[in-house]
Design a protein around this ligand. Sequence first.
Ligand code: PMP
Length: 282
Amino acid sequence: RIVYVNGAFVAEAEATISVFDRGFLMADGVYEVTSVLDGRLVDFAGHMARLERSLAELEMAAPAGREELESIHRELLARNGVTEGLVYMQVTRGAADRDFLYPDGAAPSLVLFTQSKPLIDTPAAARGLKVIVLDDIRWGRRDIKTVQLLAPSMAKMAAKAAGKDDAWMVEDGFVTEGTSNNAYIVTRDGAIVTRDLSHSILHGITRAAVLRLAREAQMRIEERPFTIAEAQDAAEAFVTSASSFVQPVVEIDGTALGDGTPGPVARRLREIYVSEALKSAV
Ligand code: PMP
């Protein structure tokens, strides 16, 4: 596999980053994951806009402009022959002697790699996910897409140890989001409910697209927090992310939703989202 590191396309075994890189020492870095369908990028403009916002919130310099980042994405896809999968892009504040204060004038580090994998036909989408419920122990700026992923990593390990697929996290009695996705329920009277945007959750690019498509399909949407009790009593549930699109959730903390199979709203939204992504990918 060819990866991109600070200006060069190199074999992954040849790629190097300084041990003083603040991404490595302090998780002082942000990232984006863009899905690839038919060799094209899905919602690239949205991912770039969020990257710029994450960088601005952390007063971190951009490593390159939008056009250059886009051409690096395309070249890496071409070099690795990726038609379906993901592009991971990470920007860190760069290398500097270890200090809590941001260094003056460090050059940001830019790393990209690709992953080839099926995104449309996946067993999890067909079967639906079973989720456990955990306290949300992450920091208070989850709207910034930083590389500090140890809390969600621990949560996924706990889900695996329990024989389940993922975890929904709860803060002050309300669901924030999944470990790497935004969380939704569909009420018995057909409303799609997902938590409103704030510092408590990542502003999902897929969330924005799915809500837009749901509105266009005349579905009712309520952006507000919901509890696990409300979710367990809901008609259905699902999650969204760039890598999983829309995935049904069929069980929450041991309680099956409906008949325990993917619900019609989640299945329809997945279909609508995938066909729109195939059409609009660039
Ligand atoms: N929340 C969290 C915590 C995530 O890690 C992700 C995946 N990046 C999402 C939500 C979904 O965001 P997106 O649709 O932009 O992938």
